[in-house]
Design a protein around this ligand. Structure first.
Ligand code: ADP
Ligand code: MG
Length: 752
């Protein structure tokens, strides 16, 4: 059947040529495995000790599973109403039971005998309250004649690999295929340099394949996993190191602030002291900007830590040096707010050419998609002439007709809303040389995530909040307690009575076009996942098919509140489907204190900054992800007034949704919460659960658990790329790095 001689088998050999057309096509169709390499990288999900039984209590209806169990009972009978035969086999793990049903296969009774052990695979369902597998695929194990020899052979030792399988391709079928492929495999070019492998005590590629698929001991499994984890981290980090070194090789115009210029004047008029962190980040950025290669820096930090000031000071540095700076915001609301607050912070410094404007001042322009043609034309002109030193905008900034006189710095706020391509589009607007780039994240991200997802950037972090911030208290309010909910609205009234303001956040708008929560423009990217707005259709993560009632609608709630519990207060709505002028006007009036209660969607989630707001009520809080709630909550407690965040939910006590809310209520440490968020997103480790379906270069590596591995791999990769940037001495490595493609981030996305 095989058309290829064994010794000619390489990782790129097609499976149809080794396993035959029928099996090869099956693997492509059902598991998307086309080559020998694909199959060998289809790692076992887990292993079972031969003879060790699966805990049947852990089976979840709807999942494809493979269980090792013992036959406890067999009954065959003719069906009464329909003609035909039904064979019911009950298997046990010693405690729990699971029934297997076979239709019209009476002969199976001959060898499905009580006391025999086997692997049984199928989809778990429930029938009359009992869990069962209908028509499972199975193999019996043991030394006697009925045992499937080839299956027994497929496993080298006591450990049996359990693969991500499907209903059509059982795990032992995969094991058989792997065995045949491994038998024919010669030496393989190894992407890990031999010297590095030896130094770190890592298995060669071929040995690792054998050890992972046909382990004799748990040590084999560990050694193989260690090698693959390192390899995945290393290949990724080599790619990232190459990108960093490519950027370092680019020319850029150094930008240094004048000693008595705009930045100095701005610092003098700042109404507060910079935090130590802000000062340190400022120095780092100033040093970056003074170099003749483009800065590529990520600024991350706790919600409310004051990243905007850092960005503004960087922008002023560039303007001081005669250049322009662009600030790219993910939403219209945020762009408008940045424009407003930067203009306000600069005061007369933003009024160059106007009466009373400072003479070394500049102008701040706003460019968004919703502007009138006339306003837009004027803005475009100011940008092109260099009249506007600072340009704030949305995606509209990326359009081709936007040209800068001398773009020296691009600041990207809340990076997760932007794709790599968009960053590239803006960078391309640098006239003579690429501009410096500063990227800011909305929520803190774990160090390892920063090293992988944003690994082509240098990272700075702001961990402290400005002094004098009052703490935020968070309370979970179950809707099952009407008195508590009534108290929520009382608390809002009390805050308003003291001159404070409130947000009420709803997961959906509630008009005809409603599609769940809102998504700002731009490509969904990794941090979207981090924050729980995972899927692109706008359904909050994990709730898409839960079948629960729709969450409370914003428009309805606003009406109810202003006629009932909040009657007499100024209640207004803000959501993504309002025209830009309306959004801007509402935000302005809220910032000016003319609105008491803002009933809003997640449009206020990122960056909105109204220090007088002290209370936030989040309706159906369990619809939001952990990091998203943290980010929302960051809208309050921004001034000197203590913040109160009320998470209203109908999630039952003890449910996972409720546990997430309790976690958010228990800490305001964003790093801890983002970690928790990521951990919860990892796939369950259910025996033989349905394969994930999508391809990723990260299979064994966990960006959460494997911090040490990632850090080591990063150091090794940097050293290797410094020595051999084009990887000429490492052709096998070069091949896999190139194959990684240009979008490393997509891989990470798939893994989470
Ligand atoms: P984030 O890091 O979440 O983007 P912002 O940059 O919006 O936070 O800052 C939050 C608030 O803190 C703003 O009102 C800002 O003016 C204020 N702020 C920033 N730095 C300081 C400081 N050093 N002292 C006091 N207030 C500050
Ligand atoms: Mg911000």
């Amino acid at each position: 059947m095989a058309q290829v001689r064994p010794q000619d088998v390489t990782v790129s050999t097609r499976l149809t040529d080794v396993l035959g057309r029928r099996m090869g096509s099956l693997l492509i169709e059902k598991l998307n495995l086309a080559t020998v390499g694909d199959l060998l990288r289809h790692y076992p999900r887990r292993y079972v000790q031969r003879g060790e039984l699966t805990n049947l209590d852990e089976l979840v209806p709807g999942e494809d599973v493979t269980v090792m169990a013992e036959i406890a009972g067999v009954t065959g009978r003719r069906m009464r109403r329909r003609s035909g035969h039904i064979l019911e086999v009950v298997v046990t793990d010693g405690r729990g039971r699971l029934s297997l049903t076979f239709f019209n296969q009476p002969w199976r009774e001959r060898y499905l005998q009580v006391g025999r052990r086997g692997l049984f695979a199928g989809r778990v369902d429930t029938y009359r309250g009992k869990r069962q597998l209908a028509h499972p695929d199975f193999v019996l194990l043991g030394d006697d004649a009925d045992a499937d020899d080839e299956v027994v052979e497929a496993f080298a030792g006591e450990l049996m690999a359990i693969y991500p399988a499907t209903a059509q391709v059982a795990t032992w079928t995969i094991a058989r295929c792997v065995r045949r492929v491994l038998d024919g495999l010669g030496e393989l070019p190894d992407p890990l340099p031999e010297e590095l492998r030896r130094r770190r005590g890592l298995l060669s590629l071929r040995d690792a394949f054998v050890a992972v698929h046909r382990p004799r001991t748990w040590d084999d499994v560990r050694a193989a996993r260690e090698r693959f984890r390192f390899e995945e981290a290393f290949v990724l980090q080599v790619e990232l190191a190459r990108r960093r070194s490519a950027t370092r090789a680019l020319p850029a115009k150094p930008r240094v602030a004048r000693p008595d210029g705009l930045l100095a004047a701005f610092d003098r008029q700042l109404p507060f002291e910079l935090t130590d962190g802000q000062r340190a980040v400022g120095e780092t950025i100033a040093a970056d900007l003074a170099r003749d290669h483009p800065m590529q820096r990520l600024l991350q930090g706790e919600v409310g830590s004051g990243k905007t000031i850092c960005a503004l000071r960087a922008m002023l540095t560039v303007v001081d040096a005669g250049g322009q700076a662009a600030l790219l915001a993910p939403t219209e609301v945020l762009a408008q707010q940045h424009h407003r607050s930067i203009t306000a912070l600069l005061g007369p410094l933003a009024e160059r050419g106007m009466l009373g404007g400072a003479e070394h001042g500049t102008r701040v322009a706003l460019l968004t998609g919703g502007q009138s043609t006339a306003a837009r034309r004027k803005t475009l002109l100011d940008i092109a002439s260099g009249e506007a030193g600072i340009v704030v905008g949305t995606h509209a900034l990326l359009e081709e007709k936007v040209t800068f006189a001398d773009l020296g710095l691009v600041v990207i706020d809340e990076q997760h809303r932007f794709g790599v391509e968009q960053r590239a589009a803006l960078v391309a607007k640098g006239r003579e040389a690429p501009p410096h780039v500063l990227v800011m994240t909305a929520t803190p991200i774990p160090r390892t995530v920063a090293m992988t997802v944003f690994g082509d950037l240098e990272v700075s972090s702001l961990t402290e909040l400005p002094k004098g911030r009052a703490p935020i208290r968070t309370v979970v309010v179950p809707v099952s307690k009407p008195a508590w909910l009534a108290r929520v609205w009382e608390r809002v009234r009390e805050e308003v009575a003291q001159g404070r303001q409130a947000y009420v956040v709803c997961p959906r708008i509630g008009d005809d076009e409603d599609d769940g929560t809102e998504q700002p423009q731009g490509r969904a990217s990794v941090l979207e996942l981090l924050r729980g707005a995972g899927s692109t259709n706008g359904q909050p993560a994990g709730r898409a098919s839960s079948g629960r009632p729709e969450p409370v609608s914003l428009l309805e709630l606003a009406t109810i509140l202003s006629e009932g519990p909040l009657a007499g207060l100024t209640v207004e709505v803000l959501h993504g489907r309002q025209p830009p002028e309306t959004k801007d006007a509402v935000m302005r009036r809220f910032a000016a204190g003319e609105i008491d209660v803002l009933v809003a969607t997640t449009v206020i989630e990122v960056g909105v900054d109204v220090p007088n707001a002290s209370v936030m009520v989040i309706m159906d809080a369990d619809w939001f992800g952990v990091s998203q709630l943290h980010q929302l909550r960051g809208r309050i407690g921004r001034g000197k007034h203590p913040g109160l965040c009320l998470l209203v939910t109908d999630a039952a006590d003890g449910s996972p949704a409720r546990a997430r809310l309790d976690a958010v209520a228990s800490t305001t440490d964003g790093f801890e919460l983002s970690r928790l968020d990521l951990e919860q997103r990892r796939e369950g480790d259910v025996l033989g659960a349905a394969q994930s379906g999508r391809r990723s270069s990260l299979r064994m590596l966990s960006v959460i658990r494997d911090e040490r591995v990632i850090a080591d791999a990063r150091a090794e990769a940097a050293a290797l790329v410094a020595e051999d940037p084009e990887l000429v001495r490492h052709p096998a490595l070069r091949q896999v790095v190139d194959a990684l493609g240009s979008d490393v981030r997509a891989d990470y996305l798939e893994k989470t």
